[in-house]
Design a protein around this ligand. Structure first.
Ligand code: TRP
Length: 347
């Protein structure tokens, strides 16, 4: 096959180190693309980038569904390759195959208080959303510490994420500072969060603030034209735009939000917006154009994705090779951490 690449180490002159990742709980959607995948495709050219498929973290709220997490690892990998994350430039790996990460997590647990974890706004919101208030698993409660281990194991300086992940980076940096102070060595490195260029999150097709699998309001990078067209047709628009003649609202109208993010012809989008606001432009006309725009974006991704999906063995091999490289890097950090903590008995 010609779609694969060989790894060449050109990391020496790349200044920033990136660590980022996704929980494998399903296929990735266009919200992931806008929120982080797009950034990663750009950043891999200039940074030393690690992308982690966070199966261990996915289990913290899906431990009863290991098959889903297992199957999603391959699906997420196909999504990564299809959008252009290039294994020759980015080290892609599986979290559960890096034994240094849980070991680091254990050491960091001494440096974080229960009170501090309880204040983490992301975890707080997730606990509420998942109805875990009554019986909160320790594993889920402590996942920010595990995430700090992910980030620091690679001495990442940049973590491209959505806004909801910023508290994780704050928590990570607190651990870094405590560790370096207590163990009197600058072993760990602080990281900066990097938000999506547009700073705008893609809303769901139902107009809800977040596109997500569990809300059933997502457009997947793997959607067929048929699925895509059904979803676009059912999209939420301005509920008060009842007749074609009525003036419609552009602001906060998901159809126009999507056009802003995916259409290349900004002139045409502006014309449609003006016409819609004036009245006389039906939702169906705008949706028909949006379908064209989204299909132009998704169809090459969908085609490439099919190739990867049909070549499971080779895709998994690439992932396992990345994992081997990642394990070595994390192992090195762990050795420095243990040295600083006086856990060095074999000199
Ligand atoms: N928590 C992230 C999410 O839910 C996934 C993740 C795990 C991650 N470890 C990470 C992201 C380290 C950035 C860095 O999307």
């Amino acid at each position: 096959m010609t779609v694969f690449f060989s790894y060449e180490s050109n990391l020496m002159n790349k200044k920033e180190t990136i660590l980022t990742g996704d929980r494998p709980t399903g296929k990735l959607h266009v919200g992931h693309y806008i929120g982080s995948l797009k950034n990663r495709v750009q950043l891999q050219k200039t940074c030393n980038q690690f992308v982690m498929i966070a199966d261990v973290q996915a289990l913290t709220d899906n431990f009863e569904d290991p098959q889903k997490v297992h199957d999603s690892v391959f699906q997420v990998m196909c999504d990564y390759l299809a959008v252009g994350i290039d294994p020759a430039q980015t080290t892609i790996f599986i979290q559960s195959m890096i034994p240094a990460i849980p070991e680091l997590t254990l050491y960091y647990m001494n440096l974080v208080t229960v009170a501090r974890l309880s204040r983490n706004p992301t975890v707080k919101a997730e606990i509420k959303q998942k109805g875990m208030e009554e019986s909160l698993p320790v594993g889920f409660f402590t996942y920010p510490i595990n995430q700090a281990a992910d980030i620091t194991a690679f001495k990442a300086t940049l973590v491209p994420v959505g806004e909801d992940q910023l508290p994780m980076i704050e928590q990570t940096n607190e651990i870094v500072r405590s560790f370096n102070r207590i163990y009197k060595k600058e072993v760990l490195v602080e990281a900066k969060g990097l938000l999506p260029v547009l700073g705008k999150r893609l809303v769901g097709i139902d107009g809800q603030a977040k596109m997500s699998k569990s809300l059933n309001n997502a457009i997947y990078l793997s959607d067929s034209l048929d699925e895509l067209s059904k979803k676009v047709r059912s999209m939420y628009t301005d509920p008060n735009h009842l007749r074609v003649e009525d003036p419609g609202k552009v602001e906060g109208n998901p159809v126009f939000d999507y056009l802003d993010l995916f259409a290349t012809d900004t002139h045409k989008v502006q014309e449609l917006k003006d016409h819609y606001a004036r009245g006389g432009l039906g939702d169906m006309v705008v949706k028909k154009y949006l379908l064209e725009v989204l299909e132009a974006f998704i169809s090459p991704i969908r085609e490439r994705r099919k190739l990867y999906e049909h070549d499971r063995a080779q895709v998994m091999q690439i992932l396992l090779e990345g994992t081997k490289r990642a394990a070595l890097v994390a192992q090195q950090t762990l050795a420095e951490v243990k040295e600083a903590m006086h856990l060095n008995y074999q000199k």
